[in-house]
Design a protein around this ligand. Sequence first.
Ligand code: AP5
Length: 207
Amino acid sequence: MRVVLLGPPGAGKGTQAQRLAALTGAAHLAIGEMVRAEIADQTPLGHTLQGYYDRGDLAPDTLIVEMVTSYLTRVDSWILDGFPRTKTQARALDATLAERGAILDRVIWLDLPDEEVIRRLTGRRQSRATGKIYHLADNPPPPDDPGPFVQRADDTPENIRHRLESYHAVTEPLKAYYAASGLLTEIDARGPISAITDAILRAVRQS
Ligand code: AP5
């Protein structure tokens, strides 16, 4: 299985990728998590990425492409969460797949209006123990997750607004790129979490 999950911030890419990985055994390649890990580990790459992350800007294509392609060479079955987000990244993914004689099964686009993005991201919490993503109102942490449940440093109103602007300007145009190749499935991300997982699995199985 080789699936790309795209959509605005807060659309549920991470939530759905975690569920799909558990159900299918495919690797969950979460680019935002990779960026956060580099920053937390204070690596030289992390120092470079920090400013982009703190502002809600996309990190430079060269750095992200290098990071992602090194993972793609190690696993065969994957769910890409949040990559590609620019045309340069999309072309780099095409080239990596072509080099390996592999094909992309589907690009799933989770659509969500901006007001709902803001509501979701302000209520999001992530478990430090399990890495699972929750929402204070819609998807509260279960009693068996010990937590603690923390808010992401980039979930500030200003950062969210900036991520949304960058999404509309740079990433949303990729819809046309993938529609043209016949790989795109758009899904309304406002339904229940499990119904969206089912819709993604249906789209992937039909591809
Ligand atoms: P990243 O971590 O990928 O952030 P993002 O794209 O802004 O997306 P989010 O993680 O905020 O949202 P999500 O869609 O995963 O939603 P979630 O499942 O958590 O990237 C962070 C940064 O890294 C970027 O700003 C950039 O600097 C850098 N970066 C990453 N990729 C890059 C790239 N390719 N190129 C350059 N730079 C890159 O859900 C959100 C909330 O909603 C949760 O609370 C969840 O419980 C809830 N929820 C989910 N689904 C539902 C539902 N169906 N109903 C109700 N609530 C729901």
